[in-house]
Design a protein around this ligand. Sequence first.
Ligand SMILES: [Zn+2]
Length: 265
Amino acid sequence: VKIHHLNCGTMRMPGASLVCHVLLVETERALVLVDTGFGLRDIADPRGRLGGYRHVSRPALDPAETAVRQVRALGYAAEDVRHVLLTHLDSDHAGGLADFPHARVHVTRAEWEAARRPASGVERSRYRAVQWAHDPQIVTHDQGGESWRGFAAAAPLDEVAPGLVLIPLPGHTRGHAAYAVDDGGSWLLHAGDAFYHRSVLDGRGRQPFALTLQEAVVAADRERVRDNHARLAELHGRDDPDLMIVSSHDPSLLDDARRRGSAGS
Ligand SMILES: [Zn+2]
C-alpha cells in the first residue's frame, strides 16, 4: 500500500488558508480515493455546482488541483480509481465524483439519506445534488461491529481492500465518517471534517475564528462535534508511534503527512 497525499482544493477563507486533503491509496487491487475535493465540473460551473457557499470558502478552482488531473500526472487513468470513500457529501468533498464515473462510491447510509432527503435548513443548503447527478454507483454502509482503537461501530472495508476501515463519526454531518488506512505497519486516520485545525489535537496554535464559526454554523450536531474533538485529542495524546491523524482542511497536517510519507519510503 502506498498513500499519496493530495490537495484537491485550496480555499482562502478570511483568516485561514485551507486545503482539501485527499488520499490516493494504491492497493494491490486498485486505486482508492478518500474524498475527492473539487472536480473539473465544479471549476467549469462554480455557481451551479457550488452555490453561494463558494463566496465563503473561496476555492481556488485550479484544474491542476483536481484529483483526476493529479491521478493522471502520476501516470494512471481515471478508470484506475475503482473506489471512492467519502467522509461525507459536502461540496468540497464530493465535487470530483463525476471525474471518476467508473468508481464505486462508498458512504454511510445515514449520510446518503441526509443528502437525498435533507431534513434541516443546514442540510438543505449544504448538499449539492448536481454533484451526483451523473448517477454514480453508490455503496452505502451501515455501522460495523468492530472497535478501532476505541472507536466503536468500525466497519472494515475488506471488499475494497484489506487495511481500510470506515469509522462512523457523525456530528459535522448526520452520517460523517473517518477512514483508517493501514500503511504497512502504521495507520493513517483521515478524520475528514470531524475537526478542522490541528490545535484540536495538540493545542498547538489556535484555530482561526472563521473556522470555529463555520464549524458551529454547519454542524449537524454540535455536541457530537465536541465529543469527537475530545476523543480524537485523547487518541492523539496517547502518542502511538504507529498512528498519524489528519483532517481534511489543515494544511500543516497535510505537510506533516507528506514529510512522513517520504521519510518512510
Ligand atoms: Zn469540508
